[in-house]
Design a protein around this ligand. Structure first.
Ligand code: IPD
Length: 263
């Protein structure tokens, strides 16, 4: 894919952070870990990776704003553009030695995500997309699945940890969906769940309680691969409501209809 200068900057930053994370992952048992909240971990690895990405992106585009999981927000002199970054999505997997985590970098322009990069260094899979230019994984074009029968489809979600208040809703979602489909996965890295929908490995994904940095890059990757992405409640806002629902366009209405049914 012939990416813009911004996309190439994002890819460079993701690769650099990926190298640092792989080094830390090899010695993960020696990492000092702390908790930001119940079940919500942070380590030297996340913080170092975020610094690498911030230096790279803010060095290249000092006028853009910044929202990152591990560091303070910044407003740029260009109020229309900001980076939205999760240096390590899937921290809990990472800290348990599970090789399923990713770097997630998005560029927002006038409230819309226009470019996204989700990099899985352990599998060397680089998912990228730019608005209007398609979605790619390494050198291959991405396309959502074509499955249209719920009973053949698999979906992913995230399960609320640490006593989060949205547990009853998620259990209700599972109760509605499980009898209707071929299975539900919980892999622990929302950015990769979204990238996998774009790649057609999953037919859809939904989650409650997600932060903008978990989903921003994945949103444009799924859309550019031909998928539909919305907040769980129709007419809401994904970042404000902290919810997301996406699927291939053939199954979207059945999938969203199952989850959105009024109790
Ligand atoms: C988490 C992962 C996980 C999701 C959680 C997120 P983090 O992000 O994306 O899949 O279920 O809601 O917080 O904390 O590892 O960056």
């Amino acid at each position: 894919m012939q990416g813009s200068a911004n996309l190439n900057l994002m890819i460079r930053a993701a690769r650099k952070a990926g190298r640092s994370l792989v080094k830390d992952f090899r010695e993960v048992e020696n990492l000092q870990v702390s908790m930001k909240g119940a079940g919500d971990f942070v380590s030297r690895a996340d913080i170092a990776a975020e610094k690498i990405i911030r230096d790279e992106l803010m060095g290249g585009r000092p006028n853009y704003g910044w929202v990152g999981e591990e560091s303070a927000e910044a407003e740029g002199t260009d109020p229309t553009r900001r980076w939205i970054v999760d240096p390590l999505d899937g921290t809990t997997n990472f800290l348990h030695g599970l090789p399923h985590w990713a770097v997630s970098i998005a560029l927002e322009h006038k409230g819309e995500i226009v470019a996204g990069v989700v990099f899985d260094p352990a599998k060397d899979e680089m998912f990228v997309a730019e608005k209007g230019a398609g979605a790619w994984m390494n050198e291959g074009r991405l396309r959502v699945s074509a499955r249209h029968r719920m009973i053949e489809a698999i979906f992913a979600t995230g399960l609320p940890f640490g006593g989060r208040a949205d547990l009853p809703e998620t259990l209700r979602d599972l109760g509605r969906l499980l009898p209707a489909c071929a299975g539900v996965r919980r892999w622990g890295a929302a950015a990769l769940d979204l990238a996998y929908v774009a790649a057609g490995r999953l037919d859809g994904f939904w989650e409650r309680g997600l932060h903008p940095w978990d989903m921003a890059a994945g949103i444009v990757i799924v859309r550019e691969a031909g998928g539909l992405v919305e907040p769980l409640d129709e007419g809401g806002d994904m970042f404000d409501d902290k919810t997301i629902l996406c699927a291939n366009e053939r199954i979207f209405d059945q999938f969203s209809g199952t989850l959105r049914t009024v109790a």
